[in-house]
Design a protein around this ligand. Sequence first.
Ligand SMILES: CC(C)(COP(=O)(O)OP(=O)(O)OC[C@H]1O[C@@H](n2cnc3c(N)ncnc32)[C@H](O)[C@@H]1OP(=O)(O)O)[C@@H](O)C(=O)NCCC(=O)NCCS
Length: 183
Amino acid sequence: MKISYESMSLPNDRDRLVNFLASEDWPFHVNLRLSKDKVLKMIDEKTFDGSNHECFWILNEDNTEIGFIRLFDLDDVDDGYPLFDLRIRAANRGQGIGKSTVQWLTKYLFEKHPKLEKIAGTTRSDNIAMRKTFLACGFVKEGHYRKDWSSSNGECFDTVKYAILREDWETGVTTPVNWNDEG
Ligand SMILES: CC(C)(COP(=O)(O)OP(=O)(O)OC[C@H]1O[C@@H](n2cnc3c(N)ncnc32)[C@H](O)[C@@H]1OP(=O)(O)O)[C@@H](O)C(=O)NCCC(=O)NCCS
């Protein structure tokens, strides 16, 4: 499937965003289901815009929204690194869109911010599709946090964190994490 990316802008895309996020369940997120009111509250709370965030639609050939990217912690670009959230509609998962999108956003961020050295993402430890997506895109597991991710039903999961370094992205060579540094 040919996909493209379009910048999401508020307030223009307000209804589009509310309809998209409230239209289906989002597994592996803290809020499995987002009501329209909840999305409106998130918009009011500046979850999607301002200097700290940048969002994109993932569109199919018909220009229909099949996914959504939220880049956040962009205020840390000069002295840290951004994170991202990625949501692909259930009907469009498992078709390579996650991998294409993480490759796209990695290139986008490194090219837009020449001094940026690292991009990271976190997910629930049982989110196998997202973990495979990170690995396929050159991200390396850097952190594992036990009983860290509260879910809607009260269950607590481990969180895993993956990141990619600019030098690894440029060279295609993965720098391993030094896990054996305690003698
Ligand atoms: C996680 C998500 C972004 C992955 O995107 P996707 O388009 O479904 O994934 P892709 O088709 O690009 O596949 C990526 C890898 O995951 C694997 N995969 C895909 N769906 C899978 C599943 N249900 N179970 C296990 N592995 C799966 C693919 O085989 C591929 O692995 P490979 O490189 O070893 O072949 C997408 O499934 C999604 O939006 N899920 C719901 C929301 C979510 O979990 N977002 C992430 C929050 S951080």
